[in-house]
Design a protein around this ligand. Structure first.
Ligand code: FES
Ligand code: FES
Length: 136
């Protein structure tokens, strides 16, 4: 009842049918892993990208989220968004874009922020793996 008022149909769609749930081997050289938590609520997103080393295109994306419906929907939508993007494009995605698509209310904005943090962390991890001397 409360959930129906709180959640937009697009959130419920992603929540009940999340895209790209799963894990990849984080030891693979072309896999970047981002794990981020929201201090406000303790929810956690793990987002992984598999990148084509030559083109810099994100070819595969997986996520696992321990959190509220909005966090799950935000990460599910994020995986759809970044697949096929270059790293430069993906790093520019703003949480407001996700919040708008999912019609998140203000109290749920931090859930979409978590998804933005997660893709940025995954990209950073991939780049650090590729070129440890630059980032360390
Ligand atoms: Fe953690 Fe949202 S408060 S589920
Ligand atoms: Fe905390 Fe959604 S309520 S991530």
């Amino acid at each position: 009842r409360a959930a129906k008022r709180l959640y937009h149909p697009k959130v419920i769609d992603h929540y009940t049918n999340p895209r790209n749930v799963g894990s990849m081997d984080k030891s693979l050289a072309n896999v970047g892993t981002g794990i981020v938590g929201a201090p406000a609520c303790g929810d956690v997103i793990k987002l992984q990208i598999q990148v084509n080393d030559k083109s810099g295109i994100i070819e595969n994306v997986k996520f696992k989220t321990f959190g509220c419906g909005s966090a799950i929907a935000s990460s599910s939508y994020m995986t759809e968004l970044v697949r096929g993007m270059s790293l430069d494009e993906a790093v520019k995605i703003k949480n407001t874009e996700i919040a708008k698509e999912l019609s998140l209310p203000p109290v749920k904005l931090h859930c979409s922020m978590l998804a933005e943090d997660a893709i940025k962390a995954a990209i950073k991890d991939y780049k650090t793996k590729r070129n440890p001397s630059v980032l360390h």
